[in-house]
Design a protein around this ligand. Structure first.
Ligand code: MTE
Length: 324
């Protein structure tokens, strides 16, 4: 992963996602729900298909969701326009301004597969999955290995609820997450030197930690495509590249996966990728980070400030490259 410094925060107003478009979609959906139209359409999968044509997200009626105040952040929330126009999503380009290209992604119908070491393999429609789990909002710090960061209001559900639904067998040690694969919409996937599909993973202990969050929403609305719609991971004590976007598959296994970035550049990116200001990337320091919202350079915190939740997981791990 190269460090590029395109100034995403300097994007002209005209290039930013229009708020009005979102608000309009929400009011249409809320109106439909009120008129009983959503209920009469039947299965959520059919509902998704019906709306694919005009690109309205069928989960819009679920938002906004209540905030869980347990997760406090002392820094300012990053403006929505920045979070949704300064992205890493290599499927749509290896630069930060992929938000327009990402609109080609078709997010309905969308099914998520659960397989591997589970009691029963299954495929579940995303809207059926979202209907099963209550959503909440959490403010999380989000720190990229490239030394930029944001403060983001994700909406989602604890990943441990997802793991419970999957019922992994006792031998499962890891959960591997995989992004969609479709060269017809994702030009980056035609670049054969990348090991598609984008894949990353967590140990079961990490996946069931209170902090680990599955994210279908952002700023009280469905997650924009460029941020990984319809479902992504947020594990905020780890560098951003662990936070797999647009997930189609969760596989449970007893073998540690070799992840996308590890396959590409093994000596720079590993499996654990826990944030630590004292462990430099081979090509740059991780001591500080640039807050993309304020432009300020601030000190990076061990585990991104989330040590009280996660430090215990790693206390007895010797000989592991925990911080890259
Ligand atoms: N997921 C997929 N499928 N493809 C990607 O290129 N980039 C990762 C991660 N998830 C990436 C991905 C990286 S490097 C970062 S920093 C975060 O997504 C960025 O998330 P954001 O664009 O919402 O800030």
């Amino acid at each position: 992963m190269l460090i590029k410094t395109p100034k995403g925060w300097e994007l002209p107003e005209s290039k930013a996602t229009p708020e009005g478009a979102y608000l309009n979609r929400r009011s249409i959906l809320k109106g439909m729900a009120g008129a009983g139209l959503i209920a009469s359409i039947g299965s959520n999968a059919a509902f998704g298909e019906a709306f694919a044509a005009d690109n309205v997200d069928p989960s819009a009626g679920l938002y906004p969701v209540p905030r869980n105040d347990q997760y406090k952040v002392t820094r300012a929330l990053t403006p929505e326009k920045i979070v949704t126009t300064y992205n890493n999503f290599y499927e749509f380009g290896s630069h930060k301004e992929i938000y327009e290209a990402a609109q080609a992604l078709k997010i309905r119908p969308w099914t998520v597969k659960i397989d591997g070491m589970v009691e029963k393999e299954m495929e579940i429609d995303i809207d059926d999955l979202l209907a099963k789990l209550p959503l909440e909002e959490r403010l999380y710090r989000h720190r990229c290995v490239e030394a930029w960061s944001m403060v983001v209001p994700w909406s989602g559900f604890p990943m441990k609820e997802r793991v419970k639904l999957a019922a992994p067998t006792s031998g499962a040690k890891y959960v591997v997450m995989q992004t969609f694969e479709d060269k017809s919409v994702a030009p980056g996937q035609r670049q054969f030197w990348y090991p598609w599909p984008y894949t990353d993973g967590l140990t079961i202990e990490e996946a069931t930690n209170d902090l680990t969050f599955m994210v279908p929403g952002l700023y009280g609305k469905p997650l924009p495509k460029q941020n990984g719609s319809p479902l992504r991971l947020a594990a905020p004590w780890k560098y951003g590249f662990k936070q797999v976007k647009s997930i189609v598959r969760f596989s449970f296994t007893d073998k540690r996966p070799v992840t996308f970035w590890e396959k590409l550049i093994k000596n720079e990116y590993g499996f654990w990728a826990n944030i630590n200001p004292e462990v430099s990337h081979p090509r740059w320091s991780q001591a500080k980070e640039r807050d993309i919202g304020t432009g300020e350079k601030i000190p990076t915190l061990l585990y991104n400030g989330y040590g009280e939740y996660v430090a215990d997981i790693y206390k007895d791990m010797k000989g592991e490259r925990l911080f890259m």
